[in-house]
Ligand binder design. Structure first.
Ligand SMILES: Nc1ncnc2c1ncn2[C@@H]1O[C@H](COP(=O)(O)OP(=O)(O)O)[C@@H](O)[C@H]1O
Ligand SMILES: [Mg+2]
Length: 419
């Protein structure tokens, strides 16, 4: 049996407890129009967006948005066109001033910053990537990327060195003297990303950066961004209206509708537990096989063998539980492989009494990590007579995934029968 360890989705860091929130948004509103604050008064604030517009002439861009985004998180804002995604991003960086509410970044309330402090804060904290690259056509790639550094007052040598390094990071080495117009869309957007990264910002804001690209190039850019994020570990706020892009890239997804955030969850939760019909409609085409991970469906094995306990104990355990084979771990709980009852039986009959299960009686098996998605387990299931063992990054045994569990989890979700 071959030992192929699948390691997938290593890019995402857990949206876990260790990272404190870096961006804290509280009750943020943006109303466009004349005297927008009045919309927040009792009379209007609970009305629907259309009604508010009819009665006041004001457009609610975003309302009652409260979010926490953690350091290093890949955070997706998703929603139909006009749902308020760009408005939210622009408010975070204060390209647009919120009507009310607060945006706290690294402990600073950016809504309170003076114009001068704001400029400084923006430069040092954010990198921004737009859908329409926003490159300066009369400047070379190098000058475009170095531009932000020039604005910051870095000496020429330093900013070109830094810009070159970033150009290399996004795979554009050799293109630095070209003008944006001679580059393909995908390459221009790489320049856009390089420019945003040149400053080494803590937070990247990306507003539909790949929406203008051909599907193939788009997927390639997504893959590259995943790789880049794995290396750089920035906090990324990424806007998209494409579900598969969101699922592929996001640690967390906030779904917006009519200016509100209607659900914030992991990709997996969004797909399996959509909060309302709007979200359900969004995720209808999502395949659970592309989002569910091994950790969400694994279970403990009936029998787990500790190598050092020896073949006799192993055999007894297997027989008592009616198993023909079982996984074996070492003292550090690392997965060693699989031992078969019939082989151990033969070993014992031969009169051998080794203290531990011998290596020769442990077969290597394919394993997956906790983050492996279902789709990537199909090929293993089909070639493998055993359940699939799940191990952590240190090779420690965490549980098993059986064929039954896999097929159960991808069968239609409850409540979908009537669709
Ligand atoms: N400058 C503006 N003036 C008036 N209305 C605006 C302005 N910018 C955005 N809006 C409105 O705010 C709502 C949200 O827009 P936007 O944030 O651009 O949505 P999305 O990025 O999700 O497509 C829309 O109804 C839009 O028409
Ligand atoms: Mg937009």
């Amino acid at each position: 049996m071959s030992e192929t360890e699948l390691k997938i989705n290593t890019s995402t860091i857990e949206s876990g407890a260790e990272n404190p929130p870096q961006i804290i948004i509280r009750d943020l509103w943006k109303v466009f129009g004349r005297d927008p604050k009045r919309v927040l008064g009792k009379k209007y604030r609970d009305l629907g967006k259309d009604e508010i517009q009819k009665k006041t002439g004001c457009v609610v861009g975003m309302r009652e948005v409260s979010l926490e985004i953690r350091k290093g998180q890949f955070y997706i804002l998703m929603g139909l066109s006009g749902s308020g995604k760009s408005t939210l991003v622009r408010n975070i960086i204060r390209l647009v001033n919120p009507t009310s509410g607060t945006v706290e970044i690294n402990g600073t309330d950016v809504t309170k910053l003076s114009q001068e402090d704001l400029l400084q804060f923006r430069r040092k904290t954010f990198g921004m990537v737009f859908q329409h690259y926003g490159l300066l056509p009369h400047m070379t790639v190098l000058d475009n990327v170095a531009y932000g550094l020039k604005v910051r007052g870095l000496p020429k040598g330093e900013r070109y060195a830094k810009a070159m390094q970033t150009i290399e990071t996004v795979g554009l080495k050799g293109w630095e003297d070209y003008y944006p117009g001679s580059l393909s869309g995908g390459m221009q957007q790489r320049v856009g990303i390089a420019r945003a990264l040149a400053n080494d910002p803590e937070i990247l804001l990306m507003d539909e950066p790949f929406s203008g690209l051909d599907p193939l190039i788009r997927r390639q850019m997504q893959d590259e961004l995943v790789e880049l994020q794995d290396k750089l570990q920035k906090t990324i706020v990424f806007v998209t209206h494409d579900l598969h892009e969101a699922l592929k890239l996001g640690d967390k997804i906030a779904i917006m509708r009519n200016g509100r955030v209607v659900q914030v969850d992991t990709p997996e939760e969004i797909v399996t537990n959509p909060a309302d019909d709007y979200v359900r409609e969004f995720v209808r085409d999502a395949s659970p096989a592309k989002v569910l991970t091994a950790s969400s469906i694994m279970e403990p094995p009936k029998v787990l063998l500790y190598r050092w306990e020896g073949p006799k104990t192993a055999l007894t355990l297997m027989q008592a539980n009616n198993r023909k084979a079982a996984f074996v771990v070492d003292k550090a709980h690392r997965l060693l492989g699989v031992a078969r009852a019939d082989k151990l039986e033969k070993l014992l009959e031969s009169g051998d009494k080794p203290g531990a299960i011998p290596d020769s009686h442990i077969s290597r098996v394919s394993s997956v990590t906790e983050e492996t998605i279902l789709e990537d387990m199909f090929s293993i299931v089909s070639e493998n007579p055993y359940p699939i063992p799940v191990v952590d990054d240190n090779g420690k045994f965490r549980g098993i995934v059986t064929t039954d569990q896999i097929f159960e989890s991808i069968s239609p979700m409850e409540g979908d029968e009537n669709d």
